[in-house]
Design a binder for this molecule. Structure first.
Ligand code: NAD
Length: 457
């Protein structure tokens, strides 16, 4: 197929396929090249698999503790093969949905490895059978995502040492013990799943707090909550080496200047991800990069005119919804359409129990920008829905400008935080004040009543 396209997208994750759909909607003849399955990391090895496992773990916990709600049940057990089956069916169903949308939009989907072979905007696709064909394009969008980054820890290649790619596909009996290296988002979400399934979890995090990119209080509260449920959590602990022993894998780490050890049946390495650009450019065709990430301007155009890059491969922010927003902006720029504003306001969500979500500025960030700001925090302990469903104690904190009461940010740690955060995203985007937010009538009883309380000064 030597066909001419207005746009060729490489990578069919939520950044790439949504961009291809938007391009088709704007009248572009669009090709989408993918080497694996449609949906990218998010659908196949990331967001959706994690959330199906989290849901299974929550069902298990719910049954175990159902007597608290007056429901007697037998001691439940975990069938990891069936858990994985549910995950596989969920992924397949969503893949079908995306494939149907692409077909309806008349996007040409090409199975194979795409690489940029000339700065004349040619993409060579090497199909799974080894044959190759070229796609000539007016524009190219690189949306090839990221891959787990494994630090040079001796022993990280031992059997039983995994990245999230392998752990999320694990279908054996739940581990007795799991050591997690890295207390970022992947680390704590996986900790939550395995802790709920009855595994003794240890987290070693090099920085002083868990999920260190978010407000400090969120990491501190999460640490307390996980410790209360039996996890062993060490912050300020940097891993030195892993070694196989008769009793599993022994880990040596440095904490407060002292060498310590711990052991576990399995190890998850969750120390971040790096941009994936393997085989993406033939010689002389690569745009400017910095430590592996493709550099882009405000419209996501690279140093080569006509070639754009979005999502994890740009190393800016590794979130599916950020990649989608960036893709739409890039495509609208290619089409010369009035551009949507830059996607700056991006909510962050962590699917632990309780859930964590954050949008806009923290109080520290506001102060660092010399904004005179205050925060207002309420606890979830007076919320009817939280009390009747026996939720752990949580909070909502709203950051606002002191004079105008304009809402600047919000940090939530409570049930449904990942849904409720969107109300704050709308508020910030629309320039609402605390009084505007408090004025909205929210249903009773509901978790969202907490938003009214948090906005009422
Ligand atoms: P991360 O950067 O969030 O966390 C990695 C952590 O590992 C860091 O806190 C780092 O200090 C620590 N670390 C690194 N080397 C270490 C060592 N030798 N010993 C101990 N600790 C060490 O990365 P991640 O959790 O792997 O996630 C990757 C990306 O995927 C992130 O950008 C994340 O936002 C994204 N993600 C998002 C979600 C979500 O939105 N719910 C879920 C999963 C992943």
């Amino acid at each position: 197929m030597n066909e001419h396209f207005d746009l060729t997208v490489i990578g069919a994750g939520p950044g790439g396929y949504e961009a291809a759909l938007e391009a088709a909607r704007l009248g572009f003849h669009t090709a989408l090249v993918e080497k694996d399955a449609i949906g990218g990391t998010c659908l196949n090895r990331g967001c959706i698999p994690t959330k199906t496992l989290i849901h299974s773990a929550e069902c298990y916990e719910g049954i175990k503790h159902s007597a608290r709600f007056g429901i007697q049940s037998q001691e439940p057990s975990v069938d990891m093969k069936a858990v994985q089956q549910h995950k596989a069916e969920t992924i397949a169903s969503l893949q079908t949905g995306i494939a149907t949308r692409l077909k309806t939009a008349k996007v040409t989907v090409c199975q194979g490895i795409g690489s940029v072979v000339s700065d004349g905007l040619l993409v060579r696709v090497t199909a799974p059978d080894g044959t190759a064909f070229d796609l000539e394009s007016d524009h190219i969008l690189l949306a090839t995502g990221s891959t787990p980054s494994i630090p040079p820890i001796p022993g990280s290649d031992l059997p039983g040492v995994m990245t999230s790619d392998e752990l999320l596909s694990y279908d054996g009996a739940p581990f007795d013990s799991l050591l997690i290296i890295g207390g970022g988002v992947i680390g704590v979400e996986c900790a939550g799943i395995w802790q709920a399934l009855g595994t003794k979890v240890t987290i070693l995090e090099a920085l002083p707090s868990l999920i260190a990119s978010l407000d400090r209080e969120l990491g501190q509260s999460l640490k307390l909550s996980m410790k209360k449920k039996g996890a062993d959590i060490h912050t300020g602990a940097s891993v030195r080496s892993l070694a196989a022993t008769e009793n599993g894998i022994r880990c040596t780490y440095l904490e407060k200047g002292k060498e310590q050890t711990c052991a576990a049946q399995a190890v998850l390495i969750a120390t971040g991800r790096r941009p994936y650009t393997e085989g993406l450019f033939s010689e002389g065709c690569a745009p400017a990069t910095e430590r592996g990430r493709i550099l882009v301007n405000e419209f996501y155009e690279t140093s080569i005119p006509g070639i754009y890059a979005i999502g994890d491969v740009t190393g800016q922010i590794s979130l599916a919804h950020a990649a989608t927003a960036q893709g739409l902006r890039a495509v609208r720029h290619m089409a010369g359409r009035e551009s949507a504003s830059a996607p700056l306001l991006i909510p962050s969500c962590v699917y632990t129990s309780p859930e964590i979500a954050s949008v806009g500025l923290t109080l520290d960030e506001a102060k660092a920008r010399s904004i005179v700001a205050k925060s207002h925090k309420i606890l979830s302990s007076a919320n009817g829905k939280s009390v009747l469903t026996l939720q752990e104690r949580g909070f909502i904190k709203v950051v606002y400008e002191e004079d105008s009461h304009l809402i600047l940010g919000a940090q939530l740690l409570c049930a449904r935080a990942t849904d409720m955060v969107s109300e704050f995203a709308v508020a910030i985007r629309q320039g609402l004040t605390m009084e505007d937010m408090a004025d909205v009538i929210r249903p009773h009883p509901s978790f969202s009543e907490m938003i009214t309380e948090a906005a009422r000064l």
